[in-house]
Every structure is written in C-alpha cells, then in structure tokens.
Design a protein around this ligand. Structure first.
Ligand SMILES: [Mg+2]
Length: 425
C-alpha cells in the first residue's frame, strides 16, 4: 500500500459564544481535515484543531510522507519527528503545540486507511474492543445568547428542543441547570462536566451545588476552571465540593500547585493541562500532581501514544479519562474507536459535539443513545465524509476571516479592555 496524495482542508464550524478562562469562543471553531489517499483509491481521514501554523506544518509533513506505506507507522513517525520544531503547550485552556497534532492527524488517517484495506474497524487494529458503547458526559458552559456562525449573538426562533435551548444564555447557576436539562434530554448523558474559570470561584461552586440539587447524587459532576485559580481559592472551593465532585479538573496551574491542592482536598484531581506529554510524566510521579489524566489522541500524538499513556496510568495508579475541544464527527469517531480499546478508560469521556451538532461533515453523523456512541461496524473509522458538507465548511473558513483561535479578542468585543490572566482568582 502506498500514499499517493494528501488533501488538507481548513474548515470553520459554527460555535456558540461559550465562556472560559481565556475569554469567549468566536462564532466559528477552526478544524483541519486531512484526507490521505492511497494508490489503490482508498481515503483515510483525520481531524485536528485548526490554525495557520498547524496547517503549514501539515503541508510540510504531507510532502515528506507521500509515497510511504501507511502501515509503516514507525517510519512515518520518525519522518515527522525529523521535521518537528519544539513548540509549547501555552497557558490557554487548549493545547497550542503544532507537531503532536500533525502526528495525530496523519496517524489517525493511516489507521482509517489500514482498516479499510483489510475490512476491519480501527478498534480491531488497536487490539480489539473492550466495550461496544462509549459513554460521554454532558459538557456545560457559561455562555452568552446565540448559536454562533451566521447567527452570531442573535437567536433563531425557528428551531426547538436542544437546538433552541443551545442558543440561550447561561450566566448563573439557574442557566447552567437549564442547559444541563436540555442537553441531557436530547443526548441522554449520565454525567456532567462544567467548564469553569469564567466567574469567581464561588459562583461556579454554586453552579455545581445547583446541579447536584437538580440531578441528585447518582449523576457524577466535574468542574474544570482551567488552572486560573490561586491555590488558596482552589482549596476553599474544593472543600465545599468534597463528596460532590467526581473529579476536580485543573483548578490550579502546574504540577506542584496541583499537588498542594490534591493533598488539601478530598477529591481526585484530573488534568489535561499540567501533565500533557510523556516528558511531563516524571514530574507527575515526583509531585503526585493528579489522580486522573485526561487523554486526548489529538495532543498526545495519536492512538498508539494514547495506548502507551494508558499503560502508564495503569502502572502508576492514575485513572484515565478523555478530553475534547470543539470537534466534528471524524474526531468523534476516532475518540470512540480509541476509547473502546482502552481497558482502564473508566470515566465518561468529554465531548463538545452537542455544541457543533447539526454542522457535521459526515454523511451519517454518529448517533448518541443514552449518552453513548456505539461503535460503527464499517471498516476503518466507520464513517463516510460528505464532500459537499466539507466544501461548505471550507467556504466558511475562507469567509470568516479567522486563522487561529483567540478567545481574548472575542471577549474584548463584549468587554473592552479584557485581558487573559494565567491566574485570575
Ligand atoms: Mg480541562
């Protein structure tokens, strides 16, 4: 088998005005879609967060791997490593490294090709499924009114159900509970995550307590302030949430601070910010900075790296969950194939998909039933990309004028002078 061509498509997907520690989501979320075409006419697909820097790196990588065999992942990885420039995760809630994303996009697309060439799903190439359904959590955000994209900050009165509720503002505990009810009614999620870091810690504590009151103790709850709380604030908030949170995600910045909070608060700490690469694992052990690592094949460098991380977690007594950014169905399928193969992925995975639902580029979007995605039976990732929808999302990219994610600039449109602070409260 030989790679004959690679197509790289930047796309922009409508995204509501969601608040987070770094500001406000723009009306469009940027993704990069990669299609690797084999000489025998098969297509393998990958999806990663979009930026001009990543797109340029992906083009450089593509030039070097055309002609290679998609089964030779070690050779492909070595080629990519030889090109990679050192880059940093950054202080934002999202991971800004370029080359781990490139590595992931190419590896996932190669797995899709490999599966299609032998008529087996990707999960079988990862050792086979340990679960047939992958449960996800409701992912709540404080937000302004509006659904993103062409609707901007306005509302479309013609849609109902979750798609109507998705446009509502949620700026206090009551708004968050209403958002949770609408999302859970539509998708059937069994657990809830609240993206924090948008308001003072006490407001976010009150929101979690309101969710507990509304949904009872059988619905696990998580809170993620994206590392912008001080250690004393995080301990004070955490003490109020002992016995309430399933896990407490990145309340503070850095492994040493996380360890301090972990010792003071009786809730497992989770991270997708302080332990995000294999180079961080010695520090994780030395500090005991978290109890749970949130895997993400997009920024750990693909499926095989995520399985390596799972082995680390098993050996060193870490739980494992799964992180997400705004995404489409290619990423959802990849997340489900991977999650189905990881024995110790015992928490419901994160997904932003409800916020992008309706804009997917798949012919048949993967359905959620009772909060879970069933493994598709078709070979590879088990999905088919609708090229007309892909073209429309690509036109959105060209029209919207965004070239990288910058939540600070979006926030300044509603709060002039607002600046990102790596520690705020
Ligand atoms: Mg997080």
């Amino acid at each position: 088998m030989r790679i004959s061509d690679i197509h790289i498509s930047p796309v922009a997907v409508p995204d509501p005005p969601l608040l987070n520690a770094a500001g406000l989501h723009a009306p469009y979320a940027l993704r990069l879609i990669i299609e690797i075409v084999s000489a025998d006419g098969l297509s393998g697909w990958g999806e990663i967060p979009g930026s001009e820097a990543t797109r340029a790196a992906l083009h450089l990588a593509a030039e070097r791997i055309i002609g290679m065999d998609p089964w030779q992942l070690n050779r492909i990885a070595a080629t990519l490593e030889s090109l990679a420039n050192p880059d940093e995760r950054g202080a934002t809630p999202w991971d800004q490294r370029t080359w781990v994303h490139v590595q992931s996009a190419i590896e996932v697309a190669c797995y899709d090709l490999m599966g299609k060439s032998v008529g087996r799903p990707v999960v079988d190439l990862l050792g086979g499924a340990v679960r047939e359904r992958v449960p996800f959590a409701a992912y709540l955000f404080y937000k302004h009114e509006g659904a993103g994209g062409e609707f901007g900050f306005g509302r479309d009165e013609s849609v109902s159900g979750w798609f109507g509720a998705r446009q509502e503002a949620a700026l206090d505990p009551e708004g968050i509970v209403a958002q949770a009810r609408a999302m859970i009614a539509h998708y059937g999620f069994k657990s809830i995550k609240l993206k924090g870091g948008a308001f003072e810690p006490q407001v976010e504590v009150e929101s979690i307590l309101a969710l507990r009151e509304a949904f009872g103790p059988d619905v696990p709850l998580r809170l993620d302030p994206n590392a912008i709380w001080r250690v004393d604030s995080a301990i004070q908030a955490g003490k109020q949430l002992e016995g309430v949170l399933e896990y407490y995600e990145d309340p503070v910045r850095g492994q040493a601070n996380m360890a301090t909070v972990a010792r003071a608060v009786d809730i497992p700490l989770a991270t997708n910010m302080c332990t995000t690469a294999f180079a961080d694992l010695p520090g994780s052990i030395a500090h005991q900075s978290e109890a749970i690592i949130l895997s993400d094949h997009h920024f750990w460098g693909g499926f095989r790296a995520s399985l390596d991380l799972a082995r680390f977690c098993a050996v060193f007594g870490r739980g494992m969950s799964m992180h997400s950014n705004s995404h489409l169905g290619i990423s959802l399928a990849a997340m489900a194939q991977l999650a189905a193969a990881v024995p110790n992925l015992t928490y419901d995975c994160d997904t932003h998909y409800p916020w992008q639902d309706g804009y997917d580029l798949l012919v048949e979007p993967l359905p959620f039933e009772d909060g879970a995605v069933g493994l598709p039976s078709a070979p590879g990732l088990g999905i088919e990309v609708d090229r007309d929808k892909l073209a429309a999302l690509r036109r959105n990219y060209l029209a919207c004028g965004l070239t990288e994610r910058d939540d600070e600039i979006e926030m300044q449109k509603v709060q002039p002078g607002w600046t990102f602070q790596s520690t705020r409260w």
